[in-house]
Design a protein around this ligand. Structure first.
Ligand SMILES: C[S@@+](CC[C@H](N)C(=O)[O-])C[C@H]1O[C@@H](n2cnc3c(N)ncnc32)[C@H](O)[C@@H]1O
Length: 208
């Protein structure tokens, strides 16, 4: 994702009640960030936040955390969050060591249009690589659920393989989900662009 540097990113981040400065402080006690104890769903690589904000508005019965590694991207998401939204928090964090910020407390992970890292030597950076899937085992509460959308068929096929090799059962598999499936979902910035261009979007739900 290419974005011009936002000059006032630090100011925006410091002023936002939604940004949690030290996610590691909440390891194993993420629920204390929220007014209600209820299921926790996270999006890794939330980008500019459209998906996770829409989900939080649609589902007050679920707590959400959006995770994004770049300040300038987080700073674009934060001003979009409506005032008083109690079931959403944002972490500016690189998920490469996500098991340092959650411990057996996540119910569902969303991966929307994750960076494909197309070269073989870059595979470990993919959010569905075995390196990440091993860490996800440590952050899920009991049942595990990952819902993935992507326009990138190579990343999709790679992910179907890694997820099934890691013991997940796959369902709702589609190479063009907006035509094939009737899902209760939200639309991210990337998804909006692909839909406008008529580009098919792959979908899978993985559970174990
Ligand atoms: C292609 S964009 C998609 C953004 C958004 N999910 C959407 O669908 O519009 C991928 C985003 O994931 C973020 N990202 C990639 N790897 C990450 C990681 N290890 N931890 C946190 N964020 C990551 C990138 O910075 C980028 O904003």
């Amino acid at each position: 994702m290419r974005l011009r540097n936002l000059k006032n990113a630090t100011e925006i981040m410091e002023a936002s009640p939604y940004l949690i400065e030290n996610p590691k402080d909440y390891l194993g006690k993420t629920e204390t960030l929220f007014s209600k104890v209820q299921p926790l769903h996270i999006e890794i690589g939330m980008g500019k936040g459209d998906f996770i904000i829409e989900m939080a508005l649609k589902h007050p019965e679920i707590n959400y955390i959006g995770i994004e590694k770049f300040d300038k991207v987080v700073a674009r998401a934060l001003p979009k969050i409506p005032e008083g939204l109690e079931n959403l928090k944002i972490y500016r964090y690189d998920a490469f060591d996500i098991a340092s910020i959650f411990s057996h407390e996540v119910d569902k992970i969303y991966l929307n249009f994750s960076d494909p890292w197309p070269k073989k030597r870059q595979a470990k950076h993919r959010l569905t690589s075995p390196v990440f899937l091993e860490q996800y085992d440590l952050i899920f509460k009991d049942k595990q659920e990952i819902e993935m959308k992507t326009d990138n068929v190579s990343l999709f096929i790679y992910s179907l393989e890694t997820l099934s090799q890691h013991g997940y059962t796959l369902s709702l598999i589609s190479l063009d989900y907006t035509k094939d499936l009737n899902l209760d979902t939200a639309v991210s910035e990337y998804e909006k662009k692909f839909r406008e261009k008529g580009i098919p979007i792959c979908h899978v739900t993985a559970k174990k």
